[in-house]
Design a protein around this ligand. Structure first.
Ligand code: 13P
Length: 255
């Protein structure tokens, strides 16, 4: 991280975990552990039905609650989907878009990631935009090309001004939920590649100000080493975001 240049963001992605009651219990438990830890923004992204309970529990704390996805149409015949305006209406400020699980299991493409991102930005939300290579791509030595292409396609048509509301999460797919973590060097190297691509589109100033998180089996044990790297501006955390002490330890590592 480089707090002089950009905001550090530690975010939990709860995925399909926590009922409203469980979310409330979790927020109550984690709140005292992260209170006053103001060197980073702290966000938990929750399943739609859990957002309201989590927001109520987090009211008056330094914890923000986000969503895990959003549809790109303003409204209409999209059974099962939720629009950006609907999320805004209940006070949601952040949304994860393009998570690899959405890409892998639900047919998400760079095109739909781009559409969702634009819809969320237009509604005034902040986006955590996820991208990353799969194992075969890393082994084939094409990681830089893959993340470069994703960065360009996912950000197509987004203005430099709108980049202020974008956080990029570099999540190597082979490291998600596998216990395999990218080494701090791998995380740094690829986050730097993404920053370079952002610079090629928007210029150096925008790139230097963009928060680029690492995600993929980040936990209380490895967070400090990862966050030491200049281009790793935080974490997007799955499994360890479900355990108050583990998540709080990651927040501590970012102080
Ligand atoms: P894990 O931390 O469980 O590997 O999940 C990472 C992730 O997918 C965050 O979005």
């Amino acid at each position: 991280m480089n707090p002089a240049k950009r905001r550090t963001v530690i975010a939990g992605n709860w995925k399909m975990n926590f009922t409203p009651a469980e979310a409330k219990k979790f927020i109550k438990a984690v709140t005292p552990l992260v209170a006053g830890k103001d060197n980073c923004d702290i966000i938990f992204c929750a399943p739609y039905v859990t957002i309201d309970a989590a927001m109520k529990a987090a009211k008056g704390t330094n914890i923000k609650i986000g969503a895990e996805n959003v549809h790109f149409a303003p409204k209409g015949a999209y059974t099962g989907e939720v629009s950006a305006d609907m999320l805004k209406a209940i006070g949601v400020e952040y949304v994860i878009i393009g998570h690899s699980e959405r890409r892998q299991y639900f047919g998400e493409t760079d095109e739909t990631v781009n559409l969702r991102t634009k819809a969320a930005l237009e509604a005034g939300m902040k986006v955590i935009l996820c991208l990353g290579e799969v194992k075969e791509q890393r082994l084939a030595g094409i990681t830089d090309e893959v993340v470069g292409m994703q960065t360009k396609l996912d950000l197509a048509g987004i203005t430099a001004e709108q980049m202020k509301n974008i956080i990029i999460a570099y999540e190597p797919v082979w490291a998600i939920g596998t216990g395999l973590t990218a080494t701090p060097e791998q995380a740094e190297e690829t986050c730097a590649v993404i920053r370079k691509v952002v610079a090629s589109i928007y210029g150096k100033e925008v790139a230097e100000a963009t928060t680029i998180q690492y995600g993929g089996s980040m936990n209380d044990k490895n967070a400090a080493e990862l966050l030491k790297k200049d281009d790793v501006d935080g974490g997007l955390i799955g499994g360890a975001s479900l355990v108050p002490e583990k998540f709080a330890a990651i927040v501590d590592a970012a102080q």
